[in-house]
Design a protein around this ligand. Structure first.
Ligand code: FA5
Length: 344
């Protein structure tokens, strides 16, 4: 029996080494492991007919052979499958390629681009300022001296003095209004500028984020009036929301404008009151007003000669209204299921 086992093993190894394709391997499986007439099946049958002592002696050899046959065949079949899948072996050039989804710009970047475009059309210049600001530009030059209660509305992140910025009192700007001061310092009227950029506040809920984006507008010249402000806001809001709407100005307080106002647009979602306008028919947009004489004095302009208007608004707010988004955090989660809905 042991001699037969060895013969079968040698023959199997020879056959397996010579097998070059799937069919040859299948034939070997039938020849050696086939249920009815396989050589191993034959051996097992013969084993059953041996006396108990002889069966015990030959049983181990037959079992080892069985393990060898099964394992070697499985390995050979796996190798063949692997080489079939290898690149270049059976390339089908007619298969369609995997589509690459083109990237798009972030919805905030898209809305920012649209806002810039509208103001450039109106002849505004684009200005910018640093995101790490001094207390002077962020508050003091805007008529908010230390301990002014209006500072409480814009709590922010303060930087400790550091070798790279040794001056005390540096902070992350809370609004884009410091760019008003920087622009008025560097040029003389007529001034007609917008500044768009990132701002920071200690603020967080479904409509407020600690990092967000604002637009600042400033026009200064002789003879600028509140009517210019209203007309500008109305034209801008109609362009950005692509529809006819009206502007409503409500008296409000910002220390750097006088008179100051908050401006609303007639609701873009309804005609008679809905949850988005809280039944009022108007939606809040931002703050605005006429440049305060104290600001002109800080930058050395004669408030008797020059007048101007300024306004500010949040880019996220515009994007949320334009796209009907209720939760500001969606903009920053980088979820492609959300971002993919804004093809550029
Ligand atoms: C200001 O920041 C003033 N600098 C605006 C201004 C400019 C007034 C020029 C007068 C003249 P306010 O704090 O209201 O104002 O912010 C303006 C807009 O920024 C708000 O209407 C809102 O849309 C947006 N905003 C404010 N805080 C947040 C926040 N945490 N997250 C997202 N958007 C915000």
């Amino acid at each position: 029996m042991e001699t037969r086992v060895q013969e079968i093993r040698r023959a199997f190894d020879r056959d397996l080494a010579a097998a070059s394709d799937k069919e040859a391997l299948a034939a070997i499986r039938v020849r050696y492991l086939g249920r009815r007439a396989g050589l191993l099946t034959g051996l097992l049958k013969d084993l059953r007919e041996l006396s108990p002592q002889k069966r015990a002696a030959s049983g181990k050899a037959v079992n080892d052979l069985k393990t060898h046959l099964e394992r070697s065949l499985e390995e050979a079949e796996a190798r063949r499958r692997g080489s079939e899948d290898a690149p270049g072996e059976e390339l089908d050039p007619t298969l369609p390629g995997r589509a690459q989804r083109p990237g798009t710009s972030h919805p905030i970047t898209q809305v920012r681009g649209l806002i810039e475009e509208i103001f450039l059309e109106m002849g505004y210049a684009l200005e910018s300022g640093p995101e790490i600001e001094t207390d002077y530009y962020n508050f003091e030059a805007l008529n908010m001296p230390p301990h002014h209660p209006a500072r409480d509305m814009q709590d922010t992140f303060y930087l400790k003095p550091h070798p790279f910025h040794p001056k005390a009192g540096l902070l992350l700007r809370t609004h884009t209004s410091p760019v008003q001061i920087r622009t008025l310092e560097k040029q003389r009227p007529p001034v007609k500028m917008v500044a768009l950029g990132t701002v920071f506040r200690r603020d967080s809920d479904v409509t407020h984020s600690p990092v967000f984006h604002q637009v600042e507008g400033l026009v200064v010249d002789e003879g600028i009036t509140f009517a210019h402000l209203k007309g500008t806001l109305e034209h801008f809001c109609r362009r950005v929301f692509e529809r006819d709407l009206t502007i409503r100005l409500r008296p409000s307080y910002f220390p750097f404008v006088e008179p100051g106002a908050e401006y609303d647009i007639s609701c873009i979602f309804c005609t008679g009151g809905c949850s988005r306008c809280k039944g009022s028919g108007f939606i809040e947009m931002g703050g605005a007003g006429m440049v305060h004489p104290a600001v002109f004095e800080k930058v050395g302009y004669d408030p008797e000669r020059y007048s101007g208007f300024a306004f500010g608004l949040g880019i996220e707010r515009i994007a949320m209204l334009k796209h009907g988004i209720d939760d500001i955090r969606l903009f920053y989660e980088n979820d492609l299921r959300f971002l993919g809905q804004f093809p550029a």
